[in-house]
Design a binder for this molecule. Sequence first.
Ligand code: AMP
Ligand code: MN
Ligand code: MN
Length: 341
Amino acid sequence: MSRESVMASNGQPPPSREAAAVVGCLRSHSTFVMCAHEKPDGDVLGSGYALGLALKALGKRVIYFLDDEVPKNLRFMPEWHLSQRTFDGVPDDAIFVFFDMSDQSRAGSALQWVPGERIVDIDHHLGNKRFGHWNYVAESEAATGSLVLHLITALGVEITPDISTCLLATLVSDTGCFQYSNASPHTMRLGAALVEAGANKDLIIEQLYYTRSLGGQKVLGRALETAELTGDGICYSVVTQGLLEEFGATHEDLEDVVGALRVVEQCEVAALFKETPAGDFRLSMRSRGRFNVMQIARALGGGGHFRAAGATVRGPIQSAIATVLKAVRDEMARETRARKA
Ligand code: AMP
Ligand code: MN
Ligand code: MN
């Protein structure tokens, strides 16, 4: 590796003009609302709580708005208990910080009224729409939390053990505990720095990867038992509302299922169909690395990353499967043509 690439991987995300503008906004306003995407994960919540703690250290007012419940396995994070589902106490001049989402619609219905001129957008998804007045977007970063770490450092706030725990949770969450290809040397170094700053690594990993409900494990077993593998490398399975009810499980318990499909030999694209109470399906996709599942998700009205993406597709299940298999095959054909060209 050249000296330049070692230096690049060792540093923070490039201190861009975008980042400087966000820092200016954070310094010059006094009240902030931290906003999460639907089905919140470790990256979006950890990013919000970390920046919230830093802004409080600067004497700012911080409100954590969440239209969902905090998932049980994320209730170890400092600040989680302060998340609120209303806009009580939000003044007219509050700034809304949206984390970890490529467009405002991912924030869910309760946040659609917020005008762009009051929005800060901090994100690492491919194709972010830059829907804020201030946008700090770096697709190269493994987690939004890495951008937040850069902002907190630029604000001159000390990285306390609590902030470190929130930020390490973002990295652990979005890299599959540093296993996925997005865990670059730079990401690993950020992780090491956060452990040095006092992050509770053992607690994070125990909560995110080694704490599961028995019902959820049984649903995983059933989803694997009924999985299909097509001749062209699509491995998929379905989790119905009936199956969840049978074992007293929820969508929150399904985090590991699509990854367990992806490890199947010959699987290029894994797809999990999770039935919603309304009879539609939340689709989770993972790629082994050849095909870009974000493009497939986008064709279905969703989004994500190259190797992990999602969308919502209409039921009934047979038509949902047909729609998704066709979208996967379109992308496979496009990639194969592009490779030959
Ligand atoms: P998941 O399969 O739910 O873990 O999601 C994998 C990735 O796809 C994450 O980065 C999500 O933000 C993204 N994603 C999932 N569902 C959607 C959706 N309906 N619209 C846009 N992005 C999504
Ligand atoms: Mn996320
Ligand atoms: Mn993320």
